[in-house]
Design a protein around this ligand. Structure first.
Ligand code: UD1
Length: 420
């Protein structure tokens, strides 16, 4: 198993090119199940989760060719409709094949994803919406057996809670359904917006893109022509490197980024004292002498993302004063706290709320990554901790960060990947 060894740096400097967004790529790859021909995707990130989903599709009979920048996926030869436990257990987002498989074949089986490190993460809202669309759902021996003998039918779906993959799944199901599906309380994340835009350009009429009410006119079972597209930049990767700039008080420039997707993150960093120069596709963070404390509540887009909570918590350990971070989306997403405490951070947890008394000196030690974003928080802490920080179990990190140590080495970080 690999681990990362990080030594304290005085400061970072240079440019970091942001990769394509993992969370946009996953539904976009699943969407290709709806295509009637091979589809070319640009800018897929080189991260483990993407390989997992491509492997899942290939197990079902699809073909793909993965290049450095360009990937082609052909699902015309896809005949199997069972997404098995061995793959789904490694990546919960495999549930994204449920909607498109059902829409194309009228039946499928997908292993239940189960809980994960950051909480229970049910999929009841996905299933309830599919039932409304005319699907019989049977949960048997750990699998969702879904059949829609008369095809999926458009209907009005109101999500009780905003769900990102739930919205994506239903958009893909609705794309081939009979009639119009209206989704109320839809997720508005940029990743969902891109899925809608690509489908809309492929002949599936979608009204309300980017709003909480989506109206999708299905093709009545006809597969669609999907033109080549480019995945949007990864706003969470970008946010993580902005935190790297802030915590090390460095000047860093991110390129190939969409600043408008990062408004909530930039605004919190400004509250903490950072200054920015922003162009259409780049962001430069300028060093600040002092990091100020902050109050953060994680919420759905366009509010502050839960996927940036761990990184800001690491940053708050260096603020002069007390920060409060409230996690509203996932019940168990503070596992990085105990690792940061072991490095000397002064953090107390009360249910969903972390209180961080900043300004403590962190010391490098052995720490364990517990989930994807928690891993990057430990890397950020390692950049400013005295001595050596060894971050173990970085397979979590490899799920979602493309070449993290190389990108950080290029801006003068002292970080290397080693074998246990
Ligand atoms: C997606 C992102 C993940 C991010 C999360 C919240 C992907 C691949 N992953 O995860 O990085 O942290 O959005 O922004 O895009 N819920 C239910 N029932 C459901 C579905 C969700 O109760 O059927 C709850 C969840 O437990 C959670 C909340 O709704 O409390 C939001 O979850 P959801 O938006 O579905 O997260 P994911 O799509 O799994």
């Amino acid at each position: 198993m690999d681990y990362l060894q990080i030594k304290r740096v005085n400061s970072l400097s240079g440019n970091i090119k942001i990769s394509g967004a993992k969370n946009a790529s996953l539904p976009l790859i699943a969407m290709i199940i709806l295509a009637k021909q091979s589809v070319t995707i640009n800018n897929l990130p080189h991260v483990a989760d993407i390989n997992t989903l491509l492997k899942l599709l290939s197990n079902l009979g699809a073909k793909y060719e993965r290049g450095e920048h360009v990937t082609t996926v052909d699902t015309t030869s896809l005949t199997q409709t069972k997404a098995t436990y061995d793959i789904v257990k490694t990546m919960r987002a495999s549930i994204l094949v449920l909607g498109p498989l059902l829409a194309r074949f009228g039946h499928c089986e997908v292993s239940l994803p189960g809980g994960c490190a950051i909480g229970q993460r049910p999929i009841d809202l996905h299933l309830k919406a599919l039932e409304q669309m005319g699907t019989n759902i049977n949960i048997k021996a750990g699998y969702i057996e879904a059949t829609a003998p008369n095809g999926l039918k458009g209907c009005d779906i109101i999500f009780d809670k905003i769900t990102v993959t739930g919205t994506a799944n239903i958009i893909m199901a609705a794309a081939l359904a009979n009639g119009i599906t209206t989704i109320t309380n839809a997720a508005r994340e940029p990743e969902v917006v891109q899925l809608c835009e690509v489908l809309d350009k492929s002949g599936v009429k979608i009204d309300g893109i980017g709003t909480a009410i989506l109206k999708i006119t299905g093709t009545s079972g006809k597969l669609i022509n999907i033109n080549e597209f480019k995945v949007i930049p990864d706003r969470i990767e970008a946010g993580t490197y902005l935190c790297a700039g802030a915590i090390t008080k460095s000047e860093l420039t991110l390129t190939d980024v969409n600043p408008s997707h990062l408004s909530a993150v930039i605004s919190k960093l400004e509250e903490m004292g950072s200054k920015f120069t922003i162009s259409k596709t780049s962001i430069t963070i300028h060093p600040s002498n002092i990091i100020k404390p902050v109050k953060i509540v994680t919420q759905e887009y366009p509010a502050f993302p839960t996927d940036m909570q761990a990184q800001f918590l690491a940053l708050a350990t260096q603020a002069i004063g007390t920060s409060i971070i409230e996690e509203k989306l996932f019940e168990n997403r503070f596992m990085h706290v105990s690792e940061l405490q072991r490095m000397g951070a002064d953090i107390s947890l009360n249910g969903h709320v972390a209180t961080i008394n900043g300004g403590t000196k962190l010391s490098g030690t052995d720490v364990m990554a517990t989930d994807l974003r928690a891993s990057s928080a430990l890397v950020l802490a390692g950049l400013i901790a005295d001595g050596v920080t060894d971050v173990h179990r970085i397979y979590h990190l490899d799920r979602g960060y493309d070449s993290l140590e190389i990108k950080l080495q290029n801006v003068n970080a002292d970080i290397k990947r080693l074998k246990e």
